[in-house]
Design a binder for this molecule. Structure first.
Ligand SMILES: Cc1cc2nc3c(=O)[nH]c(=O)nc-3n(C[C@H](O)[C@H](O)[C@H](O)COP(=O)(O)O)c2cc1C
Length: 235
């Protein structure tokens, strides 16, 4: 006998009306400090297991999107950094179409952040510095994985890993960063902060850069700091 799960009926309560996200909760009139504030809340919350996990969406030059989970590895006034293999599918997309969208969802906080912008490679120095900070087993895995390529089976991967383990068994010798491995920075042009409400009257405040020659409607769009505008979106 098959028992059907009633997916359509699945829902959990979010925040109630005593806990809304309003413009007065913004810690700054630009997105970076607000991201830092929410990210810190996520890091301090015991219920968020991997606060720097996010999805990254890219699109091919034909406009075909794909998404995957990644780990954020830093952010500063330049943007949001992640590391990967430059021959991977995402990197092929970014070679052809250097724009991406990043999304964090901290489900127990009912908070989501969406970040969109252009993507650039980090310098070799920055990529090498991060690579050398990784656990040795991660360095070895990165050096044997031609990420996103087809391989015959797990054994082939394991054999390459074992061979590399042997090659780098002298731990005083650093594992060299593969040429095809490195970082990117996503430079935000639009950052949305979303907080979920049980009523589905969710809060959405977006910071964005103005379009060229845009005339601002002050009843809905407000001047922020450092060239950012901010506005509230309907849920
Ligand atoms: C939580 C989580 C974190 C991940 N972090 C990374 C990462 O930082 N870098 C990376 O290249 N892949 C990471 N992956 C694997 C990617 O999701 C993906 O499988 C891989 O990058 C290949 O994607 P692509 O073929 O679309 O390029 C992570 C997966 C999960 C589930």
């Amino acid at each position: 006998m098959t028992s059907e799960r009633d997916i359509a009926a699945m829902r959990v309560p979010y925040n109630d009306d005593n806990s809304v996200f309003t413009e007065s909760d913004l810690v700054s009139m630009e997105p970076f400090a607000n991201f830092r504030h929410w990210f810190e809340q996520a890091c301090q919350s015991k219920s968020v297991v991997e606060p720097n996990a996010m999805s990254l969406a890219t699109a091919s030059k034909e406009g075909r999107p794909s998404t995957r989970m990644l780990l954020l590895k830093g952010f500063d006034e330049r943007g949001f950094k992640f590391f990967t293999n430059y021959n991977s599918r995402k990197s092929h997309d970014l070679d052809e179409n250097p724009y991406a969208s990043m999304m964090f969802y901290w489900d127990t906080l009912k908070k989501m952040v969406r970040i969109e912008g252009s993507v650039e490679k980090l310098s070799e120095e920055e990529s090498s510095e991060y690579f050398q900070s990784r656990p040795r087993c991660s360095q070895i895995s990165a050096s044997v994985s031609q990420q996103s390529s087809t391989i015959p089976n797990r054994e082939a991967l394991r054999n390459d890993y074992e061979a590399a383990l042997k090659k780098y068994e002298d731990e005083s010798i650093p594992v060299p960063k593969p040429e095809s491995w490195g970082g990117y920075v996503l430079k935000p042009e639009r950052v949305e902060f979303w907080q979920g409400q049980t009523t589905r009257l969710h809060d959405r405040i977006v910071f964005r850069k103005p379009a060229q020659g845009e005339t601002i409607d002050p009843s809905v769009t407000h001047q922020g700091d450092n060239g950012w505008l901010y506005e509230r979106l309907a849920p």
